[in-house]
Design a protein around this ligand. Structure first.
Ligand code: FES
Length: 122
């Protein structure tokens, strides 16, 4: 994880050259951990912390724009943060989870690319 200082609303978090298509990495931006992903030539940014119970999304799986949390398998679309799946649990465990931990979307951020810099609007 790297750290870069803030400028204006858009914060430089990473370098374009850090990425290959279909990869994602976590970076520190101010006091947050931001997940940055490159999919089909476009960059996406979101909280790196899973809205379920705080799993580290950068250690999960990226398929297209969908990221899967490594802890309990929740899936989010990096385009808009919508929940694709809220944990891999089924039956009673899934119902209990939804009562105590209702579905929450992933917070996503706008991204700008300037030269080799990836800037995230936080
Ligand atoms: S912490 Fe991510 S699915 Fe539970």
């Amino acid at each position: 994880m790297s750290s870069i200082t803030a400028t204006a609303n858009f914060i430089p978090v990473a370098q374009v050259s850090d990425f290959q298509n279909g990869t994602m990495k976590a970076f520190r931006a101010d006091k947050r951990q931001v997940l940055v992903a490159l999919v089909d030539g476009k960059f996406y940014a979101a909280d790196n912390k899973c809205p379920h119970l705080g799993g580290n999304l950068s250690l999960g799986k990226l398929e297209g724009t969908v990221v899967t949390c490594p802890l309990h398998g929740s899936q989010f679309d990096l385009i808009d943060g919508r929940v694709i799946r809220w944990t891999f649990w089924a039956g009673f465990k899934a119902k209990a989870n939804q009562m105590f931990r209702p579905l929450r979307p992933l917070r996503v951020y706008p991204v700008k690319v300037e030269g080799d810099n990836i800037l995230v609007g936080i």
